[in-house]
Design a protein around this ligand. Structure first.
Ligand SMILES: Nc1ncnc2c1ncn2[C@@H]1O[C@H](COP(=O)(O)OP(=O)(O)OP(=O)(O)O)[C@@H](O)[C@H]1O
Length: 554
């Protein structure tokens, strides 16, 4: 049986829908024109209120702006939500701010995100306010329309959790956003710019991005010393209140000393990367006067490291400044010799009023010659922590091998260890060798060859200096080369000669000692021991008739 119900055609459906939409738009635009905006807003707000009166949800609004300034809470929410956007988020916003390297991800308007916190549910919604366009008068008669669409977040939750959201959740969002910002921070290295020479009153510091790869994990350093530095830094940054209570400026001074290539600069970079502090690299020889120094230091920011490298050379150079008279002569009265940066000027700034003009300041001096420094510079309060960067130890070598070669153990490590005990080699030198191309065996063999060569050179050097030593030389005490505790010393050949002269010893006895060992150090040690034993026996026998002139030690 045929039905008499007529099914409308597709064309009829589309044209009906189009005419409904057109009518709706017409009504909307007429309503927008006729009904005042305030009334519309009042109407919609009340309708919304009517609906929400029947629910238990409350909405906390976080506006983008607070008056003319930005609302910190909005910024924090933006950063925090950017870090927890789920894969299901359909639209999000990506920005790359000027001079930044990392892309910022944030929530897009009309998107929602639900999250659980301490057992209750919270919903975030990003929305945008429609603000009436403003006409702005531009110079030259070009008027333009300023469109403003301030954004805001809605935080939606059950009303019984209101206190928890305000007292716990929002502080948590603030804290997390701070940590995320810190992680993303691009560190800067500041140096004194050239325009300060022309007397510019602006900021004398110019910056570049600091992208130094050194961290405490890559630093070859005694494990205990490394831990001590990390603990000290952590204590420093969390003790703001203690410093305040004790009436001390919140600053800490570190003196890094040791031979070149032992990682002083790398340690400073590791400290900056660890704390996320910028570095101000102050070249003291570039600063003309104490008042210039004060000006430069005042314009450094908080949470930064002030670095003065090779402090011994800087202070020495300031004493010799008259040699640089060409630039000084341009400003004879202003930059008279008495106005150069002085040690006392520097000390004044380290613990004078400047140091209390900021928070969380770290001052680092480095030197290859600690003994050359004025004791006034070293006292606690100025340089609170002294860190000795020593030659490479086995522990340091293992860390470098792990970082450079990706191995933690190897039979050749034993040979390297033996050689490092008798050779002063810096981590920089070891790193240079480990950078070579090839299998770990080949690279380690190259390192061993390098250490052997170095050892030979040291022996030749010692031999030469012993020959130049005065005749009256006696057995040398173990030498602490460059403060490298525990390294084997070389016993002076001259001292052995002296002992030979007063003792009866035959060339055969000497030969016997020589063929027993390959290592020059050990041979010399054994000879010394033998000769000393002989001398003691002679004293006992009161036998002084022998001569050893026929023995020649070269
Ligand atoms: N302790 C170390 N751990 C890891 N690498 C190191 C270490 N010491 C030096 N190096 C390597 O050697 C290079 C030079 O080291 P660095 O400039 O830090 O030494 P330095 O003691 O500051 O030398 P200088 O006194 O000449 O300024 C670094 O880039 C790094 O690759």
């Amino acid at each position: 049986m045929a039905s008499n119900i007529k099914i409308p055609s597709t064309r009829a459906i589309i044209s009906a829908a189009a005419s409904v939409a057109a009518t709706a738009m017409l009504i909307r635009s007429v309503a927008n024109d006729i009904i005042p905006r305030e009334f519309r807003q009042f109407f919609f707000t009340n309708v919304h209120r009517l609906f929400t009166a029947f629910t238990n949800e409350v909405i906390l609004v976080i506006d983008e702006f607070d008056g003319l300034g930005q609302n910190q809470l909005f910024k924090a929410a933006e950063v925090y939500l950017g870090s927890i956007l789920s894969p299901s988020t359909k639209r999000f916003r990506a920005t790359l701010p000027q001079k930044e390297k990392k892309i910022n991800i944030s929530m897009e308007t009309n998107e929602e995100l639900t999250q659980k916190f301490n057992g209750f549910q919270i919903k975030w919604r990003m929305a945008c306010k429609q603000i009436r366009p403003r006409y702005v008068s531009q110079p030259g008669g070009y008027d333009s329309t300023m469109l403003s669409k301030p954004r805001y977040y809605e935080l939606i939750f059950h009303k019984k959790h209101k206190d928890k959201v305000i007292g716990e959740y929002l502080p948590y969002v603030l804290e997390r956003s701070k940590a995320i910002e810190l992680e993303k921070k691009t560190l800067k290295l500041f140096m004194l710019g050239n325009d300060r020479m022309m007397g510019h009153r602006g900021n004398p510091w110019q910056s570049v991005d600091l992208d130094h790869p050194a961290t405490f994990d890559t630093l070859a350093m005694d494990t205990d010393a490394k831990k001590m530095v990390i603990d000290d830094l952590e204590n420093f940054v969390r003790r703001k209140e203690l410093y305040r209570k004790a009436g001390k400026a919140w600053k800490r001074g570190y003196l890094l000393f040791g031979p070149p290539g032992t990682g002083k600069s790398s340690l400073v970079a590791a400290m900056a990367n660890y704390l996320k502090f910028d570095i101000y690299d102050l070249e003291l020889t570039d600063v003309r006067t104490n008042s210039d120094l004060r000006r430069h230091l005042i314009s450094t920011a908080n949470q930064s490291i002030l670095l003065v490298e090779d402090i011994d050379c800087s202070i020495e150079l300031t004493v010799k400044r008259p040699k640089k008279a060409s630039s000084a002569s341009m400003f004879p009265q202003q930059y008279g010799q008495e106005n150069w940066v002085t040690l006392s000027g520097l000390l004044n700034f380290i613990d004078g009023l400047w140091s209390s003009c900021g928070d969380e300041r770290i001052i680092v001096f480095t030197t290859n010659h600690k003994d050359k420094l004025d004791p006034a510079l070293l006292r606690p309060g100025r340089m609170d922590v002294h860190i000795h960067m020593s030659y490479c130890t086995l522990c340091g070598f293992k860390l470098l091998a792990s970082n450079y070669l990706g191995i933690t153990d190897h039979p050749l490590f034993l040979v390297v260890e033996q050689l490092m005990k008798v050779t002063n080699v810096t981590p920089a030198e070891v790193g240079e060798q480990l950078l070579k191309n090839g299998e770990p065996e080949i690279v380690l063999a190259c390192l061993i060859e390098f250490l052997e060569e170095k050892k030979k050179n040291v022996q030749v050097e010692n031999h030469r200096s012993n020959q130049q030593a005065p005749k009256s030389a006696v057995l040398q005490e173990p030498e602490e080369e460059g403060g490298n505790e525990g390294k084997t010393s070389v016993i002076g050949l001259q001292a052995i000669k002296e002992l030979v002269k007063t003792n009866k010893v035959s060339p055969a006895e000497v030969q016997d000692q020589v063929i027993r060992e390959n290592e020059a150090d050990i041979i010399l040690r054994r000879l010394t021991q033998l000769l000393q034993e002989k001398k003691e026996t002679q004293v006992l026998k009161i036998d002084s008739g022998s001569s050893a002139e026929n023995l020649s030690l070269t």
